[in-house]
Write a new protein. Structure first.
Length: 101
């Protein structure tokens, strides 16, 4: 797990480069589902605010955590080709950032 943590501590410039150059390397259905769930964050927060329903945020975070666990169980991150590995690490980093919000 230590190499993954080290990989997650990339600089903002490295993240931007990975995002633009390697985003198309994420091709598995697990990656697609995780990216799709991450894209729902802002909408979930807005819905929770307008409906006065904070439980929607809890449910979202629980679902995101579960999807991340499934993703990590089925997709090889650290043993993938370097470019794919970096794109996958960035995806996990973005997931971690979302869970921290």
């Amino acid at each position: 797990m230590a190499p993954l943590r080290k990989g997650l501590q990339s600089s903002k410039a490295e993240e931007a480069e990975l995002e633009t150059k390697q985003g198309d390397l994420l091709t598995s259905p697990y990656e697609f589902n995780l990216v799709k769930k991450l894209a729902e964050f802002d909408e979930t927060i807005l819905r929770a605010k307008t409906q006065l329903a904070p439980h929607l945020i809890s449910r979202y975070l629980f679902e995101l955590s579960a999807m991340t666990n499934i993703y990590y169980a089925h997709v090889k991150v650290l043993t993938a080709e370097e470019k794919i590995k970096n794109a996958r690490i960035l995806l996990l980093h973005k997931t971690r950032e979302t869970l921290k919000k």
